[in-house]
Design a protein around this ligand. Sequence first.
Ligand SMILES: Cc1cc2nc3c(=O)[nH]c(=O)nc-3n(C[C@H](O)[C@H](O)[C@H](O)COP(=O)(O)OP(=O)(O)OC[C@H]3O[C@@H](n4cnc5c(N)ncnc54)[C@H](O)[C@@H]3O)c2cc1C
Length: 388
Amino acid sequence: MTSYPSNVPYRSAWKDDDVLAISETAEKFFATQLIPRREEFEAAKRVDKDVWRKAGDLGLLCCSIPEEYGGGGGTFAHDLAVLEAQARLGDVSFGNGVHSGIVAHYILAYGTDEQKHRWLPRLASGEWVAAVAMTEPGAGSDLKNVRTRAVRDGDDYVVNGSKTFITNGQTADLIVTVAKTDPAAGAKGISLIVVEADQCSGFHRGRVLDKVGQPMADTSELSYEDARVPVANLLGGVEGQGFGQLMTQLAQERLIIGIVATAIMEAALETTVDYVKSRGAFEQTIWDFQNTKFTLADVSTEVHIARVFIDSCIERHLRGELDGATAAMVKWWMTEQQVKIVDRCVQFFGGYGYMREYLIARLYQDSRVTKIYGGANEVMKDLVARVL
Ligand SMILES: Cc1cc2nc3c(=O)[nH]c(=O)nc-3n(C[C@H](O)[C@H](O)[C@H](O)COP(=O)(O)OP(=O)(O)OC[C@H]3O[C@@H](n4cnc5c(N)ncnc54)[C@H](O)[C@@H]3O)c2cc1C
């Protein structure tokens, strides 16, 4: 998958031949197995589980999980290449970012050996789909204030609470649930409890939420009513570690949002250049207006800056050197750029830019939320300001 404009001689240094190979496999997979079924999945408000299993068969899930746990044995660059390929084709609804990029890494980083062997092979094969349930109706940015409770009762936790906006909520077989095991201890009373949906009678899926964009994503409400979860499903086996566990992974998670934003900006630019060069008005093409050339020159420069920035952060992360403040910069700046650039591109399509049959309209719908999820951009700026 090349960056755009493709005739600018630039290659992302993190894309070695192996990463490029998985990128190519992913591109073919999404182009043949996901994009053509968009209408079906949008109507169902979820991507069919067979797509997950086929992705697993091709080695496109959990690419950076070691082979001993069923993963691809690659680096995080391999995961990012798969996520980038999907976004470059204009889709951000298939929830592999949460599955491979977030949940699998919680299990890898904090799970006991037994937990890793139990859960990771199922995630890597696509037999199981994963979700992470942090957000609640009353607590989003302020994660320390979650009210979901997990109370120990013999060999089980009894979990009560509600979650909302959960990506993969309808499909997920494994849900890393953020719960308070000791409400008096603040952040130190938070634990990650892994709910296996088919084993848990008090676990319920609520509405699939009707969103402005990302219509194939099954973003859902979840609830826990005296849901009994074995104590053996406490991630890492020690209570009170959850907040730290979540925070430690954040830099990596923000790179996912950054690479997706970059790929979406590149896709928006490419489709816009194609369109304006073929659309006629006033006996010339839209491209022939100087305004079009200047605006798209601006846009392509900004997209290239975004590409160089994200590549530099990915390389730092792969060397273990990416700090939290820079990762927060990635999250807020890339998503602001994404929303701004897609909006500028829409303008060149006139009325067609507002029609969902056009890629640019779908990118427009899908983009807005990126300034909100994965940590609201204001929270990111707060993190950046702390190091100034
Ligand atoms: C499509 C989608 C998918 C999602 N997927 C998941 C998921 O898989 N799992 C999950 O747990 N959650 C998920 N979320 C939830 C998401 O992470 C939260 O929406 C986000 O963290 C913001 O929380 P909130 O919606 O409660 O907003 P609030 O916390 O109520 O914040 C509202 C606004 O207040 C402002 N604000 C908040 N805090 C500050 C601050 N410190 N400084 C300045 N301004 C501030 C910001 O402008 C913010 O946008 C998803 C959300 C969406 C929309």
